[in-house]
Structures are given as C-alpha cells and as structure tokens.
Design a protein around this ligand. Structure first.
Ligand SMILES: Nc1ncnc2c1ncn2[C@@H]1O[C@H](COP(=O)(O)OP(=O)(O)OP(=O)(O)O)[C@@H](O)[C@H]1O
Ligand SMILES: [Mg+2]
Length: 208
C-alpha cells in the first residue's frame, strides 16, 4: 500500500539507519569468529554500550579466566558503535588490540608499524579497545611504556573512552603499563569497573 504524504519516511533517517547497519555488519566481519554470536551481556556493559548519560565513558571488564570478558567486550563495542552513529550521525573509529600485539607493535625495533603514526592513531581513535591488558608475561620495556603513556595520557586529557579487559584490577597493572598509565586508567574507569563472576565457561559443565 502506498504511503500517504505524512507517512513518508525521513530520507535522512533511512540513510543513517543504512550507515549504522553497514558499520555494525562491517565490525561484525572483523570480530573473531567465536565472539560473533549474540550473548546475554551484563546490564552495566549494556548501559555503557548504549552510552547512557549516567555511565562513565570508559569500561574496564575484569574477572577470572574464561568468565566472558572478551566476548562481552566485542558485543558491547559493537553496540557502542551503532549507538555512537545514532548519536552523532558520523562514523566513529574503533581500534581493537590484543595487549601483547599492541606492546609488540610499539617496540622500537618493530618493522610492521611506524610507532609515531600508530601512537597518533591510538591517541585519536574514538574508542580504543585493548584485550587482556595484563596478559604479557614479560612487561613492556621503558620505551614501550613511554608510548603507552603518550597514548593513554592523550586519551585521558581529551576524555576519549577506552574499553579494557583484564584479569586483574586497574590498581594491579602498574608493573605492566607503568604507574602513570595505571593511575590514569584508574580515573578514566572510575565507576566503570565491572567484575564478571562465574565459572570458566571453557570448561565442560560450566553454566552457560
Ligand atoms: N554470556 C555468555 N554466554 C555464552 N557463552 C559465553 C558467554 N560469555 C562468554 N561465552 C563463551 O565462553 C568462552 C570464554 O569467553 P571469553 O573468551 O570471553 O572469556 P574471557 O573472560 O575473555 O577469558 P580469558 O580471561 O581467558 O581471556 C568463549 O567460548 C565465549 O564465546
Ligand atoms: Mg579474554
């Protein structure tokens, strides 16, 4: 049945909806396979992703091995992307990094990345998601910690959000990221530290 004149869809709205769907599907395409399925995420993670006025801009997901931090983070960041497009009408940039790969990329002898331009990209991205922040067995060197400081300080002073997964709390990561970054993360994620509880879901018999 044809639309009557006052039922015409707003063309800007449909362009925005299309843009949002394309962006979210594109992000789903770069999501690791096991984290593409939709799960039930914690209400606080959902509220952060929806960017509710009373939620802090950054989210720090913590909890023991296998509780679902990374899966929650991928899903929350996907929702965050759609919500940000809806809010601003423009396409945000999201940088997603496993911490060990990030520390490697920031090493002075890394040949795959130019440390300066990578630092700039990570300073300016609309959202920086770092997975498993405390995973490294060997702490980054002083040089790499300085690059981390540049990245996190720039984000901190400009109130740009970060999404972190980590099996320890922000006050227990100084030995990995350095005291200055740990201090800034503590403030950036104040009110946004979410402890996921439960069994290791990878173990047979763990509650779904
Ligand atoms: N809410 C959920 N419902 C069903 N399956 C889930 C849920 N959350 C996570 N899973 C599944 O449980 C497994 C472990 O999840 P995930 O990798 O997110 O854990 P993690 O907390 O990041 O672990 P680690 O500390 O080792 O990095 C994955 O197979 C994931 O798909
Ligand atoms: Mg994980």
């Amino acid at each position: 049945m044809p639309f009557s004149s006052d039922e015409q869809p707003d063309p800007r709205e449909s362009v925005l909806r299309e843009r949002r769907e394309d962006a979210v599907n594109g992000y789903l395409g770069r999501t690791p396979a096991i984290y593409r399925s939709t799960i039930q995420i914690h209400t606080a993670a959902q509220r952060w992703a929806d960017q509710k006025a009373d939620t802090p801009p950054s989210l720090f997901l913590t909890g023991s091995i296998g509780v679902g931090k990374t899966h929650t983070a991928w899903q929350a960041s996907r929702i965050w992307l759609g919500a940000r497009i809806e809010k601003t009408g423009r396409m945000p940039s999201i940088e997603t990094w496993r911490s060990t790969a990030l520390f490697d990329a920031l090493r002075p002898d890394n040949r795959d990345y130019d440390a300066k331009s990578l630092t700039r990209t990570l300073q300016r991205a609309d959202l920086l998601y770092v997975d498993d922040l405390a995973a490294a067995r060997v702490s980054p060197t002083g040089w790499t910690q300085e690059r981390l400081y540049e990245i996190f300080d720039e984000r901190y002073i400009n109130r740009r959000p970060v999404l972190i997964t980590c099996d320890v709390l922000p006050n227990q990561i100084s030995h990995i990221v350095g005291d200055r970054v740990a201090s800034r993360l503590g403030e950036m994620c104040r009110g946004g530290v979410l402890l996921l509880e439960g069994a290791d879901r990878r173990k047979a018999g763990a509650a779904a």
